[in-house]
Design a protein around this ligand. Structure first.
Ligand SMILES: [Ca+2]
Ligand SMILES: [Ca+2]
Length: 176
């Protein structure tokens, strides 16, 4: 009986120690490893925590400012996260102010034609380039902007483009 009580206490303490906000990687592991708990785990997935400052900056300054906040220029490594990012943009002051293009944290500054995420050093695997992008326009486009791109017949799509890193853009930082 004592053993049972001790066990109950341990269970109670360990469950009370669980953080209410799970990290993304913990949640991903749950999703992969415990399909039977897929529904409850998915419900627990916190929206990635994005911060969209209300001023524009070049790509380098954007990286610097996110770091200054203890954040990083956003990394987009899945379709779900990208959708969540666009939702955050559409919900932001910059969007209601008429802007939708933002810097994200990838560039090919280190190695032309090979895009990497600045904050993780990982190669860009998941991507959503706009038509004919990245094109390294005028051989000076090395930083990635995401936003609405216009196509024929005025259709618009949320996609990526490489752009001169010196251009001023709004940008999105994220907690990680
Ligand atoms: Ca380039
Ligand atoms: Ca381009």
């Amino acid at each position: 009986m004592q053993k049972v009580i001790a066990l109950l206490v341990i269970v109670a303490v360990s469950s009370s120690l669980q953080s209410p906000v799970e990290t993304e990687s913990q949640t991903e592991m749950q999703l992969e490893g415990q399909q039977s708990e897929l529904k409850s785990a998915a419900e627990a997935v916190p929206q990635p925590n994005f911060v969209i400052p209300f001023f524009t900056a070049n790509w380098h300054k954007s990286v610097e400012y996110c770091n200054y906040l203890g954040l990083r220029l956003v990394v987009i490594d899945s379709k779900e996260k990208e959708a969540s990012l666009y939702a955050a943009i559409m919900d932001s002051d910059i969007y209601s102010n008429g802007s939708n293009l933002v810097w994200v944290g990838a560039s090919d500054l280190a190695d032309e034609g090979s895009f990497h995420w600045h904050a993780t050093g990982k190669r860009v695997v998941y991507s959503n380039w706009a038509d004919r992008q990245p094109d390294n326009g005028e051989q000076i486009e090395h930083c990635v902007e995401a936003g609405l791109h216009e196509y024929h017949r005025l259709s618009m799509k949320w996609q990526w483009n490489d752009r001169d890193c010196k251009a001023n853009r709004y940008f999105v930082c994220e907690e990680y």
